[in-house]
Design a protein around this ligand. Structure first.
Ligand SMILES: [Zn+2]
Length: 343
């Protein structure tokens, strides 16, 4: 089959569109003919090297977000699944560690991630356990479904599981044009929250407003915390969702109401922050790291998205052999939402 693979770390030029051996399904697996795969920042980070996820090795086929059709099944899987339209759950828990045995598959210490620790979706076909191929209705386009796995599950978990967002609350979402923030803006607005989106530049703020943000703040022009206080009659936000990191960490803390929650994940601007401890404990702020989702939570999200008819967050679709161009666009920050590759 054709795939985009790299055998050494480097810039986009290491991505090679070439012939590779077809994957073979094991007894509990399905073989999926990939119709669409979306691009994530982690694909770029690992391509530049070194790889971050346990089990990652060269050569590597990236791509965590995959939608397509089941074309063959392993010996232990029901033949009736051939022909099923599916989106994949890329996070495969080991099933054997302390946390998996207790049912906490989201806390698995040996998590394998399709397209990040093993080979993934920049290809014509891939293999996953049958349990990780979730059916989608005919009404959902493959390209749309391929935007769901990473962006929506990260947003979903951060907002609802980690952030416990409730109807009527105000949530600040940074980095509004990114895939995960685009998803978060839609999901939070649909959940009855007032959404304040921040981004650098008017084009990105227009995008956020189209997705449902009630108020937007240009972080190049305004002090975010001041603007959030003005928008909330001096009260502050109930929840901040941040994957930007150090650049906005202080602004996030200053934007919160007493006992407000800061949910964070991702390290776009670095991995270390400095903070004043009294400024956090005196007002009872909650700092909440947002971890992986569970398989059950993911299935519930796919069921919700399958019927929610949310507006598309696809910036553009590109042929698989243009994966290098996709990486260039994402690296330059020229993407609104998600890029999708079509094999
Ligand atoms: Zn485990």
């Amino acid at each position: 089959m054709k795939a985009v693979r790299y055998t050494e770390h480097g810039d986009e030029s290491v991505l090679r569109y070439s012939d590779v051996t077809d994957p073979e399904p094991g007894p509990a697996d399905v073989l999926v003919a990939i119709a669409a795969a979306s691009v994530n920042r982690l694909d770029l980070i690992q391509r530049a090297g070194p790889g971050l996820l346990p089990g990652y090795a060269l050569p590597h086929i990236p791509g965590m977000d995959i939608a397509g059709t089941i074309v063959a099944v392993g010996a232990d899987v029901d033949d009736a699944r051939v022909g099923e339209r599916v989106v994949l759950n890329p996070a495969i828990a080991c099933g054997r560690c302390l946390w998996c045995e207790r049912g906490g598959d989201d806390l698995c210490t040996s998590m394998m991630v399709v397209g990040a620790s093993g080979d993934g979706g920049y290809a014509e076909r891939c293999v996953v356990p049958a349990t990780h191929a979730l059916e989608i209705p005919d009404s959902v386009d493959f390209a749309e479904a391929a935007t769901w796995p990473t962006a929506y599950s990260t947003a979903w978990h951060a907002l609802f599981a980690s952030g416990e967002l409730r109807l009527g609350e105000t949530v600040v979402i940074h980095g509004a044009s990114s895939g995960v923030s685009s998803a978060a803006i839609q999901l939070a607005a649909r959940a009855g929250a007032t959404v304040i989106a921040t981004a650098r530049g008017e084009e990105k703020l227009d995008w956020a407003a189209k997705l449902g943000a009630h108020l937007t703040i240009n972080s190049q022009r305004a002090d975010i915390a001041t603007a959030v206080r003005e928008a909330t009659d001096g009260r502050g936000a109930d929840l901040v969702i941040d994957h930007v990191g150090p650049a906005l960490f202080d602004a996030s803390l200053r934007s919160l109401r007493p006992r407000g929650r800061l949910v964070f994940f991702g390290t776009t601007t670095g991995a270390r922050v400095e903070m004043s401890l009294p400024s956090v404990y005196r007002t009872g702020l909650r700092l909440i790291g947002s971890e992986n989702y569970s398989g059950a939570e993911y299935a519930a999200m796919i069921a919700h998205l399958s019927s929610a008819s949310l507006p598309s967050i696809i910036d553009r679709e590109l042929p698989l052999d243009a994966a290098g161009e996709a990486h260039r666009l994402l690296a330059r920050g020229e993407v609104l939402g998600k890029l999708v590759l079509r094999p």
